[in-house]
Design a protein around this ligand. Sequence first.
Ligand code: NAP
Ligand code: MG
Length: 499
Amino acid sequence: MTKSPHQRASTDDVRIETKAWIDGAAVPALSGRTFVTLNPATGEPLATIAACDQADVDRAVKAARRAFDDGAWSRCEPGERKEALLRLAALLREHGEELALLESLDSGKTIRDCRNEVANEVPHFFQWYAETIDKSFGRVAPTGPRAVSMIVQEPIGVVGLIVPWNFPLLMAAWKLAPALATGCSVVLKPAEQSSLTALRLGELAAQAGIPTGVLNVVPGLGEEAGQAIGRHGDIDMVSFTGSGEVGAYLLGYAAQTNMKPVGLELGGKSPFLVLEDAELTDDLVESAVMAAFWNGGQNCSANMRQIVHRRHYDAFAERIVERAKALVVGDPLDPATDIGAMITDEHRDRVAGFLRSGVDDGARILHGGTAIDDNPGFFLQPTVFDGLKPGMTIAREEIFGPVLGMMVVDSDEEALRIAVDTEYGLHASVFTRDINQALRFARALPVGTVSVNSFSEGSIATPFGGYRRSGSLTRDNGLEALAQYQQTKTIWIGLGTTA
Ligand code: NAP
Ligand code: MG
């Protein structure tokens, strides 16, 4: 365990907002109820936050609808919307260090990752989508001389955004930036464990000149605030990132109410493939370690299933264990830390349960396997399993913790068979020196993103989402993300029979 003086000084350096942001003001929940968010690195309460429920969501939706209908955002000059989102990007950049610190305190994520995600990527997202606004054109359809037909995209209206705790502000930005860019009004519900950075957004949006009511943030519990969004008859679509279980609830809520479309980004059980002709470089080993342990494995596209050709297996295993031993687990505020705290003690215990199940099923722990008990925070060692087999629970279920499982195969064909034997389809990494093999695997894997000779989810410019049970047809990121928040309209203009 590392300890650092940062941890003691930290809360003085951030401003903590605990109220909801509805209709241009910071407000308590109508019921007056609150809930507590913890600092996962200490186990101590960090703040007491407004617990919004249906009544608050209703207020937020009314404000969002009014703002959408008055057109000040939804139908303004494209350049005006662009300038406001660029100002928001600039404000987020200005407050980047403080928001990164707040994120680290609230979620247990390392300050190094928070600086990158919150201070760097989040402002970039708002800037990138802002810049699309005055460069998006409609189309003119082929017609005969008697008609002109325009195909235009229009903002869908009031959207509900529900996000998880593993990348709190980043997941919010993935959805907010394109939704706002299209002209939609939004009601955002952050995860209850990590609402604090999202709660700062309302005020920054107001400072940036985004009209009142366009952006609302309702913290609260999933079954209350989240369900109220899912069931609301005046929300036009919901975009969700989180577990398959809650994704299924949201489909049910929509079916039982106004049949709103639901965009889903769900879990995964992604493979990391080392094919026969791969070269076992430092870069490959580093990619494998990051694929499993980055963000403490609390990552939907974590490559926990590492499927390695027998030719490389022993050397691979040795180098993975050596690298895993060098990972620094501890104080998230220390820039040298590689793995911070797990989000909650329940989640840490759940991951520990998977470790026991792996051992019971016959896999062998080469490193890790234990919680860190000399600290009140929720820490877990990175664990490396040898002898992973396709039927084991740890090879089939999403663990969402710092666990890497290694599986040996005798051919590339066997590797592919095992890789696709899952209900998920979010991501895969393939290492090979043969371009034909790389392309064959990239085409054959039923997943939303394939990384070749790297572990990467792509960039802001590339769409991200899942095949199979990892998601719906919608995509976050790239120009594709805009489509979630838009509807397509045909305008058919008859020119008369004499034209
Ligand atoms: P989760 O339990 O599904 O929660 C996600 C969000 O849904 C939270 O805001 C949660 O609120 C809310 N929620 C819970 N119950 C709800 C209900 N009945 N109705 C409406 N909303 C409800 O997921 P998580 O544990 O936070 O996140 C981990 C999951 O997210 C993993 O499965 C991971 O793979 C997935 N994920 C996917 C992607 C992707 O892009 N594909 C990215 C990141 C994470 P509370 O906080 O109050 O529970
Ligand atoms: Mg917290």
